[in-house]
Design a protein around this ligand. Structure first.
Ligand code: KIV
Length: 271
């Protein structure tokens, strides 16, 4: 398993870090078999797996339930688990309890918290020994306020984002995810901090890339953001299901090939 020090070394040696989301045992198993450096149990599971409109409905218990399955599927991969909307930001002691519960029960290697306003939280839980990844730029938990659009696209907001990245690094963040920001800004941020910066919709000059599993294999998704490349088309599952449905109707399935041959009824006394 890659450790934090390995991920930092990869940044220093300019080897890109790969990250994909996973939410269950099979997707995690695939990610590990495929050799991904890191897995993110993203709260995007709200949309991809649970069918919600946004990440806002996802609870701490949802994250724990799914991250435990991911850990079982990928025991040898660095796993990061999202701190979901509204589960911290209450009081220092409550926030620490929530972070400890998430980290301990999931056996993840790090937790991820959205927004630079959580720098004090990052500081507190880092002191407890919990590695925290910060998520800046477009933070999906705040889309009710920001909308899904390019962030930090003015001089002032770009400058602020550079400061935010430096602030979360100072607070103890071990990595930063930057989402939907101009690629030149992402490059500057990556060069201005010593921790790995992983981009999504942030161009090629970050220290690594993350994509949502369901987006990259086109599984159950109707909308394709500009920055998503579909590397496979799992919507072929619909074709398979339809063929199964038709074969059941036509009594073509199960054929002899899929039927146990042993005859028992001549031995059963039906009286
Ligand atoms: O929840 C998630 O999948 C994420 C990625 C978009 C980075 O936070």
């Amino acid at each position: 398993m890659k450790k934090l020090k390995d991920l930092i070394a990869m940044k220093q040696e300019k080897e890109k870090i790969s990250m994909v989301t996973a939410y269950d045992y099979p997707s995690a198993k695939q990610a590990e078999e495929a050799g991904l450096d890191t897995i993110l149990v993203g709260d995007s599971l709200g949309m991809t797996v649970l069918g919600y409109e946004s990440t806002v409905q996802v609870t701490l218990d949802d994250m724990i339930h799914h991250a435990k399955a991911v850990r079982r599927g990928a025991p040898n991969t660095f796993v990061i688990v999202d701190v979901p909307f509204g589960s911290v930001g209450v009081s220092d002691s409550y926030d620490i309890q929530q972070a400890v519960k998430l980290y301990r029960e999931t056996e993840a290697n790090a937790i991820k918290a959205e927004g630079a306003h959580l720098a004090p939280f990052i500081k507190n839980v880092t002191r407890m020994g919990i590695p925290v990844v910060s998520h800046l730029g477009l933070t999906p938990q705040s889309v009710g306020v920001t909308g899904y659009k390019l962030q930090a696209s003015t001089k002032e907001t770009a400058k602020q984002l550079i400061k935010d990245a430096q602030e979360v690094e100072k607070a103890g963040a071990v990595m930063i995810v930057v989402e939907a920001i101009p690629s030149d800004l992402a490059k500057t941020i990556s060069n201005s901090v010593s921790i790995p910066v992983i981009g999504i919709g942030a161009g090629k000059d970050t220290d690594g890339q993350v994509l949502v599993y369901h987006d990259l294999v086109k599984y159950g998704t109707d909308h394709k953001p500009k920055f998503v490349k579909q590397f496979a088309d799992f919507s072929i599952g619909v074709t398979a299901l339809n063929q199964y449905h038709e074969e059941v109707k036509a009594q073509a399935f199960p054929s002899e090939e899929y039927t146990y041959k042993k005859q028992i009824m001549n031995e059963v006394d039906e009286r």
